[in-house]
Design a protein around this ligand. Structure first.
Ligand SMILES: C[S@@+](CC[C@H](N)C(=O)[O-])C[C@H]1O[C@@H](n2cnc3c(N)ncnc32)[C@H](O)[C@@H]1O
Length: 265
């Protein structure tokens, strides 16, 4: 199936924060309940060790993604606590205080807009991107990888969506049910009640963005081609697929991990 980069509502600057935050809160809820990304922890931990850092800069963080449960996984292991900075072009301000309270002093949510394509130099640390690499067209995706290499930072990209018939079918069946949840999800606020009369519209919007996310997702081969187009840097690249739920998930997580030859993270 060829990659198609169709329009997503979530990418549009005019998309109201009420809808965008509902979508990213739903994603955080589902990913932490389902524990989809737990399977990447050993690889992520090893990459941080190779980089000699415990500082993580998460890009396109939305409502925090899988980090609440991943932090628990990291905390359960030796190696020192992680310092996590969450960033987004359209920060989910309502979720920020709640996320920071999960690990006071260790999670910092940038309240200003941070474009993953134009990172300021003070954002040093191992870069992570969960469920969002598909937002970048190939030229932008390559530029994002190149910037990590030029800044000598490690990078980990993880995608739970997949470009395939089964993933599309699963999205078609689960998304319309899942979108009934946002009016009741934390951080709850009265404005969330506005989502109830909008439910049919929200369901269509969520389903569209979910299906388009699948159709935009890069395959491991496409990720390898992106990496191969970068200038030689001595980076070690690990690209592949991992099945979650004890290896039994119907579709895999696609991942790309890059670590510099010299720890500079
Ligand atoms: C599908 S959500 C994923 C959120 C989160 N990582 C998760 O796993 O739940 C995609 C996020 O990418 C953000 N985003 C899209 N383009 C971006 C860019 N150029 N720079 C920073 N964030 C961006 C959106 O605002 C949105 O919050």
């Amino acid at each position: 199936m060829a990659r198609v980069h169709l329009f997503e509502f979530e990418d549009q600057a005019w998309c109201p924060a009420l809808l965008r935050d509902a979508a990213t809160d739903l994603l955080r809820f589902a990913l932490n309940l389902g524990g989809h990304y737990r399977c990447v922890v050993p690889k992520l931990r090893a990459a941080l060790e190779r980089c000699g850092t415990r500082k993580v800069v998460d890009l396109c963080s939305g409502g925090g993604g899988p980090w609440p449960s991943l932090l628990l996984e990291f905390d359960a292991e030796r190696g020192g606590a992680i310092q996590l900075t969450l960033t987004d072009r359209f920060p989910n301000q309502a979720a920020a205080a709640r996320l920071e309270a999960l690990a006071p002093g260790r999670i910092h949510c940038r309240s200003e807009s941070v474009d993953a394509m134009a990172l300021s130099r003070d954002l040093a640390g191992f870069r992570t991107l969960f469920s969002c690499f598909h937002h970048f067209r190939p030229e932008a995706a390559r530029a994002l990888l190149l910037d990590a290499v030029e800044q000598g930072q490690g990078i980990g990209i993880f995608e739970v969506t997949q470009r395939g018939l089964l993933a599309l079918l699963l999205m078609l069946t689960t998304a319309p049910i899942a979108v009934l949840l946002p009016p009741f999800l934390p951080p709850w606020r009265p404005s969330r009640l506005l989502l109830i009369p909008l439910t049919p519209f929200v369901a269509l919007l969520g389903l569209w963005d979910g299906l388009v996310s699948c159709l935009r997702t890069y395959s491991p081969e496409e990720m390898r081609a992106l990496v191969a187009s970068l200038p030689d840097s001595g980076y070690a690249w690990d690209i592949g697929e991992l099945h979650y739920w004890w290896g039994l998930s119907p579709t895999p997580i696609t991942y790309l991990i890059g670590t510099p030859p010299e720890p500079r993270c």
